[in-house]
Write a protein that binds this ligand. Structure first.
Ligand SMILES: [Mn+2]
Length: 242
């Protein structure tokens, strides 16, 4: 069987030392690459660019898409001004990721959104975010665990009839958590497929079941045998690639 090509949306890191301080480098965290390799795909980093024509050609060359983590989404995308506790935003990458998503949906290729990727999918479809978890009124769990990337720290419950539950083969499990923003209003055409015990929505999917989003980081869990089923998220993209 031929391994399908899975695009992973890239970010840019700016050197803060070394011989080129301030130099820009295109990258993704290696865990995304390893997760795709381990589960039968060929990973391609889709480098960030502001050229829309190039983005279209990039997307036309992949058979599945992973929207990776990164910056906070620009709140203007969902009609808000920035509040005190928002982190760094990068509107040009919002545009890049949203364009990749739209083209992937047009091409009918499977999409997996991770962390910021999940937030982008929600906002692109008309949903909103809490700019920081402290702006949520209800008791809220620690969602920025701040250590041990492959350690699941908080509970998660997937909706029994969701595509997510079908992919993972379970409805109750634990996840790692590295986010300070939260999904607030779920986009009207998306389904909330999983919630943390505090009620925070951490899973989203479209009705067709070919766009899947999770707020946690399955790529950081892919080597942890206790949560080996997290690999199924990558298998979903790879097995449905076209
Ligand atoms: Mn969380």
């Amino acid at each position: 069987m031929t391994r399908p090509i899975i695009g992973i949306s890239g970010s840019v890191i700016i050197d803060d030392g070394g011989i080129f301080p301030g130099y820009h480098r295109s990258y993704v965290n290696e865990d995304y690459v390893d997760s795709v390799v381990q589960n039968g795909g060929v990973p391609y980093i889709i480098p960030f660019t502001e050229n829309d024509e190039v983005v279209k050609a990039q997307l036309d060359n992949v058979q599945g898409l992973i929207l990776s983590g990164g910056h906070d989404v620009d709140p203007h995308q969902y009609g808000e001004e920035p509040l005190q506790k928002i982190g760094a935003t990068w509107p040009a990458r919002d545009h890049f990721d949203m364009r990749l998503l739209k083209l992937a949906e047009e091409n009918g290729i499977p999409v997996l959104g991770i962390c910021r990727g999940a937030q982008i999918i929600n906002v692109a479809h008309g949903g909103t975010l809490y700019q920081d978890l402290s702006y949520r009124k209800e008791l809220t769990l620690k969602h920025m665990q701040g250590h041990t990337p492959d350690l699941p720290t908080h509970g998660m419950k997937a909706k029994a009839d969701s595509k997510l539950a079908q992919i993972l083969g379970k409805t109750e499990f634990k996840v790692n958590s590295f986010h300070h923003q939260l999904i607030k209003d779920v986009a009207p055409d998306l389904i909330a497929s999983a919630k943390a015990p505090d009620g925070v929505v951490e899973g989203l999917e479209n009705k067709a079941g070919n766009v899947i989003a999770v707020q946690w980081h399955p790529e950081m869990l892919h080597r942890n045998p206790d949560v080996a089923f997290m690999n199924n998220l990558f298998k979903f993209v790879i097995d449905n690639a076209k």
